[in-house]
Design a protein. Sequence first.
Length: 34
Amino acid sequence: WQFWLIGVGMVAVVFGACGLLFEYYSGTRRTAEH
């Protein structure tokens, strides 16, 4: 259970970081274009 929770937590953190970076870069690109 502990290893499973740790794995799920790491995956969630990775996806969350990727999502924030994607939104950040997409936002900067939008502001740069306009």
